[in-house]
Design a protein around this ligand. Structure first.
Ligand code: MIG
Length: 720
């Protein structure tokens, strides 16, 4: 083992000769240190790190995963998996996020920079032992110190690099379904949203827009004039967001396939031929995204779509998912033939059944293909988790060549640590289950800790039928997630905002309007977190030290000013909440109204009828509100409202930028420092700007500890 010092707080322990994942660029300085901090190491053919926890240590992190925000009690396997059944026993989902943070008397973070299998047993085998088993002896392990969880996360995010900023329109409501297969279907959705007066920014194109599921093609029977259609939709106020899949269809005459074969851009099998797997289009090859030249090639393929007027994409199936291979299919068919006319007993029947079920995403298949890394063949299995990351990277690198200053919407299904630099993630094929609404809530801060800020789940659930109540409750959570997309699977009940009864449509309309009204706050918090290398969602324990706050698993802080307490149980019309300090409860059924109530620190039961969402405003903090519109572009942003809860002073730093370009990276943004002071029965309001703003008028609604509301208006001068 060699030790490298990255900085005062981060040490890297290098075992063997790890492959460069390019997740961390800073290689640090080698120092003399032969003991690894905190962990005890056992070495045979795998690296095992063992740590003894204290009874009340919390373990945060692991990104997209099952179970709680506190990961104690679970076993988690980092191996990107296309598994559409996210039941609590599952150890892997689509992401592989090897970062944990131990938060107790001792506090530190651990990042395992290895792209193959890593097991995290967090107090499962033994309730007080963390055991990390890495499937190799060639690995970099980073240990990150800090006094507070947030500080450790900050150091970690600093290490893994600048995160992704979506365009501001991507904070609008987005409507998806597998599928709106043709122009007519999309028109129908757009018209229905307009008719029902539901704000929306984007409609999604799932795989059926393609010709025979071929990437970068358009089915011209369904979309005779695609470009015209894209622009016509923009005129109506909707952007179209197409899906891109990882597998490239094997078909003579299909340009992407032919070029890929000719230039040797695909992953190889054991014989050195392009590896064949089957997914949507039937047999495909997988682009070798680990190679820079393949990334460049594939990344530039997005150009044609961008020229059609497309501003955003979602990358799917990039674990990569494999339905079957020739090997798997052959084994299954042989087994079936051998079973013909047999009297199958329990063992032989299940082994027949299993050979079919286990055909998809089989380990044997992942072990049977190779990447070409600078002329060296590397077995896929050992670098599995880099695939989705590098597909997203290919797209992002492509965009920065095609239109360097523009922010595109981009998010991926598979990912590993580091992918946050290129795009966001959605959490894949969840179900229309209450359990998955709660899981959605818990995953958000965990993903943030791993760098992913642009995150969200399929609102309403992908599989299964979502009924009105579940949809409304889910929207009441998603209205705080940066990615707010309603998506559902083929064959399920329609779940667009207008797909239910009139009353539900009315409630959903107000909720989506609320979303647009709080975008100024959400966007400011997002961009501030991004630039400060901080989280946007956080557990209460990051801010409050009391024992209760350390164990709350169903409330979140969103940015610095608010706490949310979603309803996630069927037929519940209220819930228990923990208030770690006095807070101002804003009960919203229409965001234009100010139902404000001071609530004391402690346990409470609050009523939450179906049409209302509770938002708790923290003491000395301000919440910024704008207005809704048909979509983000239609909102001029000249008036904002500010709801605050004040003892003697409340403050907020508001953030504005163009929302479209990367100019913010060069300091082109405005910060607005808002300070409200209590002066006897009046307020002293001070606003200071660092640049230009769209805001002309500010409406203040400031509530004091006794519940008195003071309203004031502040007009901003033209110049500053
Ligand atoms: O195997 O493109 O997670 O969002 O609708 C299913 C069809 C493939 C999986 C994605 C889902 C998408 C679906 N895809």
């Amino acid at each position: 083992m060699k030790t490298f010092k990255i900085n005062e707080k981060i040490y890297k322990y290098r075992f063997g000769h790890p492959l460069a994942t390019e997740i961390v660029w800073d290689s640090g300085e080698e120092i003399l240190k032969s003991e690894i901090d905190y962990f005890q190491k056992v070495t045979d053919e795998k690296l095992r790190l063992i740590f003894k926890m204290e009874p009340d240590d919390i373990v945060w992190g692991l990104g997209e995963n099952q179970k709680g925000m506190n990961k104690r009690g679970g076993v988690y396997l980092s191996y990107c998996s296309d598994d559409p059944n996210h039941t609590p026993d599952k150890k892997s989902l689509y992401g592989a996020h090897n970062f944990i943070l131990i938060d107790g008397k001792t506090k530190f973070g651990v990042f395992i920079d290895y792209p193959g299998k890593v097991v995290f047993d967090i107090g499962n085998g033994h309730k007080e032992i963390i055991e990390i088993i890495v499937d190799t002896l060639d690995v970099d392990v980073y240990m990150i110190r800090g006094n507070q969880p947030r500080e450790i996360i900050h150091e970690f995010l600093q290490l893994i690099g600048e995160g992704y900023a979506p365009p501001k329109w991507a904070f609008g409501y987005q409507q998806s379904r597998w599928s709106y297969p043709d122009q007519e279907a999309i028109d129908e959705v757009a018209d229905a949203l307009i008719k029902h007066d539901i704000p929306c920014d984007a409609i999604y194109l799932d795989i059926d827009y393609m010709k025979d599921f071929k990437d970068f093609t358009i089915n011209t029977e369904r979309f005779p004039q695609f470009k015209d259609f894209v622009y016509a939709m923009k005129e109506k106020g909707f952007r179209l967001v197409p899906i891109i899949d990882a597998g490239v269809k094997i078909e003579e005459g299909y340009e992407v396939y032919e070029e890929g074969v000719e230039k040797g851009h695909f992953c190889l099998d054991g014989e050195g031929n392009p590896f064949v797997a089957a997914v949507w289009p039937g047999k495909v090859h997988f682009p070798d995204f680990l190679s820079p030249k393949v990334r460049r090639w594939f990344g530039l393929k997005y150009k044609e779509m961008i020229e059609y007027g497309i501003d955003g994409f979602w990358n799917d199936m990039n674990e990569p998912a494999i339905f079957y291979t020739n090997r798997g299919l052959k084994a299954a068919i042989e087994k079936a033939k051998a079973s013909e006319n047999k009297n199958l007993d329990i063992y032989s029947f299940f082994s027949l059944k299993d050979v079919f079920v286990q055909m998809s995403n089989a380990l044997e298949d992942y072990q049977s293909f190779y990447h070409n890394l600078n002329g060296k063949l590397v077995n896929h299995h050992t670098v599995h988790n880099l695939y989705g990351y590098n597909m997203t990277r290919a797209a992002a690198e492509g965009f920065s060549v095609i239109d360097p200053n523009k922010r595109f919407l981009l998010f991926s299904r598979a990912s590993c640590i580091g992918a946050h630099r290129y795009g966001g993630v959605w959490t894949g094929d969840n179900h229309s289950w209450w359990e998955h609404l709660l899981l959605n809530l818990k995953m958000m801060p965990s993903l943030n800790m791993c760098g992913f800020l642009y995150v969200g789940a399929d609102t309403g659930g992908f599989s299964g039928d979502c009924h009105a109540q579940l949809m409304i409750r889910w929207i009441q959570l998603s209205l705080f997630t940066p990615l707010f997309r309603n998506h559902s699977a083929m064959g399920t009940r329609r779940q667009e905002p207008y797909a239910y009864d009139q009353e539900s449509t009315g409630i959903i309309r107000e909720m989506i309007r609320l979303r647009y009204a709080i975008v100024p706050y959400l966007y400011a918090e997002y961009m501030k977190a991004l630039m400060a290398k901080d989280v946007y969602f956080s557990p209460l324990a990051f801010t409050y030290q009391d024992g209760m706050s350390r164990s709350v698993e169903d409330q979140l802080l969103v940015g610095e000013s608010i706490m949310i307490t979603p309803i996630y149980q069927e037929n519940a019309l209220g819930r228990y909440v923990w208030l770690p300090e006095d807070m101002l409860l804003w009960t919203v059924d229409r965001y234009q109204e100010r139902k404000l109530k001071v609530m004391k620190m402690g346990h409470h039961y609050i009523d939450v009828p179906l049409n209302q969402v509770p938002i708790f405003i923290r003491k000395s903090k301000l919440l910024i509100l704008g207005t809704h519109g048909r979509n983000m572009d239609s909102i001029d942003g000249s008036e904002i409202s500010i709801i605050g809860f004040i003892e003697d002073h409340a403050s907020y730093i508001y953030y504005e930028d163009d929302g479209e370009t990367k100019a913010y990276l060069k300091g082109k943004y405005t910060k607005i420092f808002i300070n409200v002071y209590r002066k006897n029965d009046d307020l002293d309001i001070q606003v200071r700007l660092t640049g230009k703003t769209k805001i002309k008028k500010m409406h203040f609604y400031i509530v004091d500890m006794e519940g008195n509301m003071i309203q004031r208006i502040k007009i901003l001068n033209e110049s500053k």
